[in-house]
Design a protein around this ligand. Structure first.
Ligand SMILES: [Ca+2]
Ligand SMILES: [Ca+2]
Ligand SMILES: [Ca+2]
Length: 301
């Protein structure tokens, strides 16, 4: 599974480190023209010319110059020196080691979006069950014990020809039998509790496992109906192991309080920027389409 993920995620098309191109000098001085100012106040204006110095080389176009990479010991010919999925400058930005595969931004190999701050940022105060509103920017504990910024998943695509991945956000509870059935179905189990789901939504499983959509499971209650902990995500992952699915712990239960419908499990659809695309009606679905957000993935995406 790791190998598959590596291949898929290494085709990430997100541009690295916005604002870090090191290319154009935007001080208004044209190439070859003497700057009449004396920026450093040393009385010497002659050395302060913009003579069109060549841009520092960045052979692998990862945002770090060859010179910087030489100092760091990273490979100037590889964006991702240690092969852990995360480009060298991303690891520097996040404080992980670009020379150590086991030191990585997310243990689960989730994507990383260096441009996430530029997205419209949702907040708990402004986002409700409203189409078009961005999901609140928040980091959640995952099944590996990492805090995951959900905006790192934004605008993810495995293939330039494809639309970036939409999201199903799955609100589940540890005590909820049907929630476990859905988790079994997604991971590939075919039994009396899951075959009916597969018949209703025949393309969804494959879309999750080809990263055409992200299925994100939020555990919002523990076995007793209280606030969940890391142990709930870990045990969910043990039972329903699927490396494509982040299992996030709703420790403060804000996801539940903001987005839960009338019953578990509850699903809604988000677009690639994490804006809500579809929210089911309060009464939920029908017998033919009990999980309408999942149904939209089946028919439209
Ligand atoms: Ca470089
Ligand atoms: Ca590099
Ligand atoms: Ca690393």
């Amino acid at each position: 599974m790791k190998t598959t993920r590596l291949i898929l995620l290494s085709t990430l098309l997100l541009s690295p480190l916005a604002g870090c191109d090191g290319g154009t000098d935007d001080n208004g001085v044209n190439e070859g023209e003497t700057d009449s100012g004396d920026g450093d106040g040393d009385g010497d204006t002659e050395t302060e010319t913009e003579t069109g110095e060549p841009e520092p080389l960045d052979d692998d176009e990862d945002g770090l110059t060859n010179e910087e990479e030489a100092e760091l010991g990273t490979d100037p010919k590889k964006k991702d020196t240690d092969g852990d999925n995360y480009w060298d400058p991303w690891e520097l930005a996040e404080g992980t080691d670009p020379l150590d595969y086991d030191s990585r931004i997310y243990t689960g190999f989730w994507p990383y979006n260096p441009n996430k701050d530029e997205l419209v940022q949702g907040t708990w105060a402004t986002t409700g069950k409203q189409v078009g509103k961005p999901f609140p920017r928040q980091s959640f504990l995952d099944q590996h014990g990492d805090y995951v910024d959900v905006y790192d998943f934004a605008n993810f695509t495995v293939n330039q020809a494809m639309t970036p991945a939409f999201f199903i956000f799955d609100i589940s509870a540890q005590w909820c039998g049907p929630c476990h059935n859905v988790a079994n179905w997604i991971k590939g189990v075919d039994d009396a509790n899951t075959t009916w789901i597969q018949e209703l939504y025949p393309t969804v499983r494959e879309k999750v496992h080809s990263l055409r959509i992200w299925w994100v499971t939020f555990i919002v209650q523990d076995q007793a109906g209280g606030a969940p902990t890391l142990a709930d995500a870990q045990s969910w992952f043990t039972v329903h192991k699927d490396n494509y699915i982040p299992i996030l712990v709703d420790e403060t239960q804000q996801v539940q309080d903001t987005f839960l419908g009338n019953a578990f499990p509850h699903f809604f659809l988000l677009d690639p920027t994490l804006a809500i695309e579809y929210f089911p009606p309060p009464g939920g679905g029908t017998n033919e389409d009990p999980y309408p957000a999942v149904g939209l993935v089946d028919t439209l995406l």
